[in-house]
Design a protein around this ligand. Structure first.
Ligand SMILES: O=C(O)CCC(=O)C(=O)O
Ligand SMILES: [Fe+2]
Length: 351
């Protein structure tokens, strides 16, 4: 103790502890029937839909291989991420996150109102997208959000943008599988992403002398429809198992990506699929890097259960909420200690 800044030290009940189970892995799904669609038969595609549906329902998390996101761009984005975080602090602070635009560099993230042991750089997949000016539901003002890219580092912008476009293709493919698994037409959700407000995050978790007292990323649920995450061989991601709440380590598998259900899909599916709590541990020897992209709809899309999944036996569990308002509420909440944090269940209709 005493070696690290006390603002990072977590209350006892949040510390990472011991409770990780090594016995089980999240489902591993080979997406080749989708990525080589031309040559696939319908049976292979149907099997894939069933696997994705089962993984979303039982875990809310799964790992994919043969996903179509090229190796060179995955390697490249990890490289530029390392280069960016290795810059002097003053350089990184030149592109720091502002109060009203959430992209940029930040080293003071508060997940669940507690401080994370990490540095981040957030960027928008669809730079310049429309967003509400505030989270006040009655404020109609719209603004445009841009990423503050570093001036002398064009490689960072180019690589991040290319990575975003490649993952976007995978995201639409996955949403087709998800829609089919819910008994909906394959492109049921595509229109909701026309002016998408998706954002990506370069995560840098420096090694830590007291890894038992902190978390790189405190347990949380993502606000997205789906998240696509790349990690390297340094492990640290834990997922909370739905059946008993145990933390399960997501073992890095070469060339894989990790997919998870976020809050938006939980609401659209009326809780058939749920956004699952996860966290990132740090270690005393190695730095860790990861990159999630949070796929998020246009700001004016209403988060509400889709009508095909609602009927008298299954009434809507959520009242309407604009996706953009929800996102900024969540993001501003993570800036600094606010004394509260937002959960999607906060606007669940009371039974
Ligand atoms: O670093 C990881 O593996 C998880 C990151 C994460 O969950 C997040 O940034 O939302
Ligand atoms: Fe997350």
């Amino acid at each position: 103790m005493g070696e690290i800044d006390p603002s990072y030290i977590l209350p006892e009940e949040y510390r990472p502890k011991h409770i990780v189970t090594e016995e089980e892995d999240i489902p591993l799904i080979d997406l080749s029937p989708l990525t080589n669609r031309g040559s696939s038969d319908t049976k292979a595609l149907q099997d894939l839909v069933d696997k994705v549906g089962h993984a979303c329902k039982t875990w809310g998390f799964f790992t994919v291989i043969n996903h179509g996101v090229p190796l060179n761009i995955r390697k490249k984005i990890m490289e530029v991420s390392r280069k960016f975080f290795a810059l002097p602090f003053e350089e990184k602070m030149k592109v720091r996150r502002g109060i009203y635009s959430t992209a940029g560099y930040h080293n003071n993230e508060h997940t669940k109102d507690l401080r994370d042991w990490r540095e981040v750089f957030d960027f928008y997949v669809n730079d310049g997208m429309s967003m509400p000016a505030s989270h006040d539901p009655d404020d109609p003002e719209i603004v445009h959000w841009f990423t503050p890219w570093p001036q002398d580092f064009p490689e960072l912008r180019e690589t991040c943008q290319e990575y975003g476009r490649e993952c976007e293709k995978l995201f639409y493919n996955l949403m087709e599988l998800v829609s089919l698994s819910l008994g909906l037409p394959p492109k049921r959700f595509h229109g909701y992403f026309e002016d998408q407000t998706s954002f990506a995050r370069l995560n840098y978790y420096p090694s830590c002398p007291n890894p038992d007292l902190v978390l790189g990323n405190i347990g949380h649920k993502d606000p997205s429809a789906l998240t696509i995450l790349v990690q390297e061989d340094v492990e640290g991601l834990d997922v909370q198992r739905k059946s008993d709440g145990a933390w399960v380590r997501v073992k890095p598998i070469p060339d894989s990506l990790v997919i998870n259900v976020g809050d938006i899909l939980q609401v659209w599916s009326n809780d058939i699929y749920e956004s699952i709590e996860h966290r990132a541990m740090v270690n005393s020897e190695k730095d860790r890097y990861s990159i999630p992209i949070f796929f998020y709809p246009s700001h004016d899309v209403v988060m509400k259960p889709v009508e095909e999944l609602v009927n008298e036996q299954n009434p809507a569990k959520y009242s309407d909420y604009k996706a953009g308002k929800w996102l900024i509420f969540k993001m501003y909440n993570n800036y600094k200690k606010q004394g509260f944090y937002m959960r999607v269940t906060d606007y669940k209709i009371k039974a």
